[in-house]
Design a protein around this ligand. Structure first.
Ligand code: MG
Length: 407
């Protein structure tokens, strides 16, 4: 009897394993970041629906990656920085890879159906490109990929079988509001912005802003790079560029409105005067679960918004003078070619320097403006051109940061 029960349990375990094998695979690039952690929370609610094929992290939070590996036991783990990979202990069946090549292998794994691209900065560009080329669905949280390489990525989406679903909350909102509508009926896309912690701060007071002040975002809980970008409104500038590529809408039809409560995630204005908005609590698990399950809506674990307890919703125009990076993002998009690539690279370098207390808050736009001033734009139509422009702009930004630090 015991023996029979044992073999029954064994065969059931084998069946469970087989069933798990056939579930759609998810590769998670940037698993230890804010979006990465929340993606695993959503997947945890749907363990009978998805299998985690690969977890990839750059190397900042190895203890957390270890916990995630123990919990999800993926066949593949990638650590971007090879020097950080030694400390991790893996199940015998799990393979360990490193570097950008490892990220690409994870993104193109045969079992992977969906790649959640949640890494920071341009580091995800190659992996996203290769995943789309292989016909995967990319749930894109990494906006820098589209800002730097929008044309290359969208050409691939238009020509191939790959699918790009936005995870950025504003773009997920626009994606949902545009569903079932024709682009010719759209008058404006309205991106909402919380305004960040310095919405009402004067230009003079911005001189005294420290990294810790800028890292305290009033609405969203996010990683350091995007939180600084939210404080300068560059995040919204990058999102304007992201929206242009995702929805192929001219920059003159993309508007930004400050909405500090973060309840409306974005709106579409149609020619007839109708405005469609997507609302909800400011919680990334909603756009993450939408991108994973699309076109189906999955449970996200998020408590819905109680409209009767919702604060009054307010809206105001953004101040382009106090937040010059938003203006620079529009300018870069108008100039086109590799200019947005340069904008993004210069901004990444400036944010790093600000967090390291090498430059002040008002010097962030100075670095970006300095790089764009003499920028020789070329068509950004290949991955190589984009990568070269990125490196070139980083070099120029580094030089400017040194000049500022030494003066
Ligand atoms: Mg956003």
């Amino acid at each position: 009897m015991t023996l029979k029960l044992l073999s029954f349990n064994k065969s059931r375990k084998a069946m469970n394993e087989m069933e798990k094998e056939t579930l759609p695979g998810v590769t998670l690039l940037g698993s230890t970041g804010s979006v990465g952690r929340q993606t695993l929370e959503v997947i945890d609610l749907h363990r009978n629906r998805f299998q985690v094929v690969a977890l990839a992290a750059w190397g900042g939070h190895m203890d957390l990656l270890q916990e995630q590996v123990n919990r999800f036991r993926p066949p593949l783990v990638v650590v971007g920085d090879p020097s950080k990979a030694q400390g991790i202990s893996l199940p015998s069946e799990t393979q360990l890879l490193t570097g950008i090549e490892g990220m690409v292998k994870a993104a193109t794994h045969t079992k992977t159906k969906v790649v959640v691209a949640a890494m920071v900065g341009i580091s995800g560009l190659t992996a996203v490109y290769e995943a789309l080329k292989m016909g995967k669905r990319v749930a894109l949280a990494n906006k820098e990929t589209l800002v730097a390489g929008g044309q290359v990525i969208m050409n691939l989406v238009k020509k191939g079988t790959g699918e790009l679903i936005p995870v950025d909350s504003e773009h997920s909102a626009l994606f949902q509001c545009l569903m079932g509508h024709s682009k010719k009926d759209v008058k404006h896309l309205w991106l909402t912005a919380s305004g960040g912690p310095f919405l009402d701060l004067s230009s003079e007071d911005m001189t005294n802003v420290s990294p810790s002040m800028a890292l305290a975002h009033p609405v969203w809980n996010m990683g350091p790079k995007i939180t600084i970008d939210s404080a300068t409104l560059m995040n919204k500038g990058l999102e304007v560029i992201e929206a242009h590529w995702l929805f192929s809408i001219d920059p003159s039809h993309i508007r930004v409105v400050i909405h500090p409560q973060g309840v409306i995630h974005s709106l579409v204005e149609f020619k007839d005067g109708a405005l469609l908005a997507q609302m909800g609590p400011p919680d990334m698990r909603v756009p993450i679960s939408y991108a994973l399950g699309f076109p189906e809506r999955l449970k996200s674990g998020v408590k819905p918004l109680d409209l009767t307890r919702c604060p009054p919703l307010t809206f105001q125009e953004p101040d382009f003078k106090r937040f010059p990076l938003l203006h620079l993002a529009y300018e870069a998009l108008k100039m086109g070619g590799t200019t947005p690539t340069a904008l993004n690279a210069a901004n990444e370098m400036a944010v790093e320097a600000f967090l390291a207390e090498k430059i002040t808050f008002p010097q962030l736009p100075q670095v970006v403006e300095g790089v764009l001033k003499d920028w020789q734009s070329t068509p950004a139509d290949s991955l190589e051109t984009v990568k070269e422009a990125d490196q070139d702009a980083r070099y120029k930004a580094q030089k400017l940061i040194k000049q500022i630090t030494n003066s």
